[in-house]
Design a protein around this ligand. Structure first.
Ligand SMILES: Nc1nc2c(ncn2[C@@H]2O[C@H](COP(=O)(O)OP(=O)(O)OP(=O)(O)O)[C@@H](O)[C@H]2O)c(=O)[nH]1
Ligand SMILES: [Mg+2]
Length: 208
C-alpha cells in the first residue's frame, strides 16, 4: 500500500470555511447524512480506534477536520465534514453546515475524491441526491459507499441492496458512479476503499 493510512495524523480543525488553508496536496473528503458513519469509516481506513471523533448521536462532527498521511508523493489530506439532514438541527446550525461544506467545495482546492456515504439500509434520500448532483456540477470526483453493511445478513442481500440503491441514484439522474458496500464494524469494503482512494490520489497528482 502506497499511502501510509495507519500513520495518518490529525492536522487541524476549522470552524469556518474562510479559515481553511490553501490545499497543498490532493484531498479525500467524506460527506453524508449525519450519523451515517463518516468518522467511523475514516478510523477503519486508518486502522485506528479513535483518531477521528465519532459518536452515537447525530451532529458529532461540527467542524472541518483535516488528517494527513504520507507515502505517496507529497502526501494526501483526509477531510472529515459535518453531516447533513439532522432533523432537530436549528437554522443557525444548518447555515453553519452550508458555510462549511459548500465553503469547502466552492474553494479552488485539489479535490482527489469525495466519498459520499449512504446507509445501506435506507432508500436514497433527496438530500443524498442533492449532494451527489452538487458534486457532479462542480466536477468533484466522487464515489458512493453504502455503509453499515454489517446490518444486512449475507453477501447476497448486500449485493442486492447495493444494486437497488444504485438504480435509485441512477433514476435520479445522478449518472454513473462507483458504488461499494462497506462497514466500519467488520471492515467489509475497507481495502477496496483504500485502493480507490490511492488510485484517485495518484490520478490527482498525474493531472496536476
Ligand atoms: N453497525 C455499524 N455501526 C456503525 C458503522 N459506522 C458507524 N456506526 C455507528 O454509527 C454512529 C455514528 O457514527 P459516526 O462515525 O460518528 O457518524 P458521522 O457520519 O461521522 O456523524 P456526524 O459527525 O454526526 O455527521 C456511531 O454510533 C457508530 O458506532 C458501521 O459500519 N456499522
Ligand atoms: Mg462525524
Amino acid at each position: 500500500m502506497l499511502i501510509k493510512f495507519q500513520q495518518a495524523k490529525f492536522i487541524a480543525s476549522y470552524a469556518k470555511a474562510e479559515q481553511l488553508p490553501p490545499s497543498t496536496c490532493p484531498e479525500v473528503s467524506f460527506v453524508g447524512r449525519s450519523n451515517v458513519g463518516k468518522s467511523s469509516i475514516m478510523n477503519k481506513i486508518f486502522n485506528r480506534k479513535s483518531l477521528v471523533k465519532t459518536s452515537k448521536w447525530p451532529g458529532s462532527t461540527q467542524h472541518v477536520n483535516f488528517f494527513g498521511a504520507d507515502g505517496i508523493r507529497n502526501g494526501v489530506h483526509f477531510v472529515d465534514l459535518p453531516g447533513y439532514g439532522f432533523a432537530r438541527r436549528a437554522d443557525k446550525d444548518k447555515e453553519r453546515w452550508r458555510d462549511l461544506v459548500e465553503g469547502y467545495f466552492n474553494q479552488d482546492r485539489n479535490f482527489a475524491l469525495c466519498v459520499v456515504l449512504i446507509d445501506i439500509r435506507h432508500d436514497i434520500s433527496p438530500l443524498d441526491i442533492q449532494m451527489v448532483q452538487y458534486l457532479a456540477d462542480r466536477e468533484v470526483p466522487f464515489m458512493v459507499a453504502f455503509t453499515k453493511a454489517d446490518k444486512l445478513s449475507g453477501k447476497a442481500a448486500i449485493k442486492r441492496q447495493v444494486q437497488a440503491l444504485a438504480v435509485q441514484l441512477g433514476r435520479a439522474g445522478a449518472g454513473d458512479m462507483v458504488c461499494i458496500a462497506c462497514s466500519a464494524l467488520n471492515g467489509e469494503g475497507v481495502s477496496d476503499l483504500r485502493s480507490l482512494i490511492t488510485d484517485a490520489v495518484e490520478q490527482a497528482y498525474q493531472s496536476a
